[in-house]
Each structure stands twice: as C-alpha cells, then as structure tokens.
Design a protein. Structure first.
Length: 150
C-alpha cells in the first residue's frame, strides 16, 4: 500500500522523533535520518529515508521529482543517523545512470519489495519485478550513495 504523498508532511516529523528516541530499534533497521545543508540557504534539513548497506557504503533512494536530493549533486557531506548512531558521510546523488540505478533498485527491492509501489513498479504474482516498470523507474529514481568520512 502506498502512503499518499501529502501524509509525509505529518509522518516525517513523527518518524524523525522515533528514530532519535531510545525506541529507534523498532524502525532503524530499515530507516535512517539524513541531515544535509541546503545549497542556497545553508539551512540544515533532516529527512527519514529507507536504506541499504553494502560494506561501508549506504544507499538510499528517492524520486527525481523530490527536491531534497538536489542538494547532494556533485557531492556533499551529510550526517546519517543509523541505528541510533550518528556519523559523518560524503554523499553523492547518482542520476542519469539507468544501468547503475537499476542494479541498486533490484538489490533494494529484493530487501524491501513493499517499496516497489513508490517507484511505480508492479510486483508480479511470484513477487518478481515488472521489467518495464523497473526500466522506467531506473530513469526516474535517484540513488544517494554515502561513504564514511574519516
């Protein structure tokens, strides 16, 4: 089931609160908080997103229609709060690379198939991804790749 976009205005503050609370373990295995600066305003923004980890690299996904990821074009230092621990990362927005985006979408949706609806990908009866939807999504999705800053 897809949560209507307008509800995220109400849900995101609640999720931010929960992920910063001692009860974060109920949600933080699949959700993180990303804090970044606005390129023009310099203002800090924090948003919850679903993520996957491969080695030290953390990846999260959003639609190209969302605005927040544009602050990460060309790379930017961000803070990620993962499983109750906050660390500095360098994040880059991967856009206009359908093959790379598709590879990570397949990996991500294998772990979180319920999120296919947010990328307008149908799940077939056998839970496999609709190939046409996946191809379309790989042209519209943005992958944020973050690596730790030491």
């Amino acid at each position: 089931m897809k949560i209507p976009e307008f509800l995220f205005v109400f849900l995101n503050p609640i999720i931010r609160f929960l992920l910063k609370s001692p009860m974060h373990q109920f949600w933080s295995s699949g959700l993180l908080l990303i804090t970044f600066k606005g390129r023009n305003s310099g203002k800090k923004f924090t948003t919850p997103v679903r993520y996957i980890s491969t080695g030290e690299t953390v990846r999260c996904f959003t639609s190209s229609q969302n605005q927040w990821w544009r602050n990460l074009r060309g790379g930017s230092d961000v803070s990620l709060r993962i499983k109750g621990s906050e660390k500095l990362y360098h994040a880059v927005a991967v856009e206009n690379d359908p093959a790379e985006i598709e590879k990570w979408l397949v990996y991500y949706l294998a772990k979180y198939p319920q999120d296919a609806v947010y990328h307008d990908i149908r799940l077939k009866m056998d839970k496999s991804l609709d190939k046409e939807g996946l191809e379309r999504a790989s042209k519209n999705a943005i992958v944020i790749e973050a690596t730790p800053v030491y």
